[in-house]
Design a protein around this ligand. Structure first.
Ligand code: AMP
Length: 279
């Protein structure tokens, strides 16, 4: 497994692979790897000649009062997991490599960022889209793998990929959950024992709302109210939003026809978690 720190070395690795007709599957991450990340890494390896995983805690996608400094990091553990998943190259640039002095170009994806996380985390998707495009230009993948867990992010990246003619495929993989339903997240490491015990209520609420949908309910208001009701029953968890949106455009829906996403953000103590299901 190669550990690559510079953009030029990353590009050289990818150019060499591509010159011999090898495909590259790429998994961008912020590290502190868990099974969710590794499911993407395994898929990248299974469907491509070479797999590349990046680890970069991107400062520009965190708001000033968010958890950039506290974000969990474990480079040695992450590299071990990558080795085990037979990742071919791990790209680990530092902030100076990604954002040298004078850096001043950004990617703003309009529309799909005007809802959900985009409203609550101003500037977040600008940071995400910019860093992901930079990572794409460093890794030059044929396919890039993202988790459904960050649903809005997948929509933003798909939009950017189409709008800017990127010659690559965006692949979205299902959310990997702990046995009690909690979506795996690096941020779960922040949860205290009692907070961790309360956290599965988020997926429980999504599942109960999903059952309503499966038994014929089509009112977005009724479905979102079910999520609020179930999460409201757990005093440690404070819901920020529960929204039903068109799965492609993320436009808020009143009536669900086909292709909707039910997305939730909630706070447990100081930890902010998101999750979603498709309806
Ligand atoms: P992050 O390190 O949180 O930026 O996530 C890197 C990638 O892993 C993103 O595409 C996430 O959507 C994906 N990911 C994070 N958690 C999960 C999960 N529980 N299941 C599947 N993919 C995930």
């Amino acid at each position: 497994m190669k550990i690559i720190k510079s953009i030029s070395e990353m590009q050289a690795f990818s150019c060499e692979a591509r010159s011999t007709g090898e495909t590259i599957g790429f998994v961008p991450t912020m590290g502190y790897l868990h099974e969710g990340h590794m499911s993407l890494a395994r898929e990248a390896k299974a469907k491509n000649a070479k797999s590349v995983l990046s680890i970069f805690v991107n400062p520009t996608q965190f708001g000033p009062s968010e958890d950039f400094a506290a974000y969990p990091r474990d480079m040695d553990g992450d590299l071990e997991k990558c080795e085990k998943a037979r990742v071919d190259a791990v790209f680990v640039p530092d902030a100076g490599e990604m954002y040298p002095d004078g850096f001043s170009t950004h990617v703003d994806v309009a529309g799909v960022t005007d809802v959900m996380e985009g409203i609550r985390r101003p500037g977040h998707f600008r940071g995400v889209a910019t860093v992901v495009l930079k990572l794409f230009n460093a890794v030059m993948p044929d396919r890039a793998y993202f988790g459904q867990k960050d649903y809005q992010q997948t929509v933003v990246i798909r939009r950017m990929t189409r709008d800017l003619n990127l010659d690559m495929e965006v692949v979205v993989m299902p959310t990997v959950r702990d046995p009690d339903g909690l979506a795996m997240s690096s941020r779960n490491a922040y949860l205290s024992g009692p907070e961790r015990a309360a956290a599965p209520v988020i997926y429980k609420a999504l599942s109960e709302a999903g059952k309503l949908y499966n038994t014929g309910e089509r009112s977005a208001g009724v479905i979102a109210a079910k999520v609020r009701e179930v999460i409201g029953g757990e005093p440690m968890v404070n819901i920020e939003y529960a929204e039903v949106s068109d799965a492609e455009t993320l436009a808020p829906l009143r009536q669900i026809q086909t292709g909707a996403v039910l997305a939730v953000a909630a706070r447990i103590g100081k930890t902010r978690l998101i999750d979603n299901i498709l309806l």
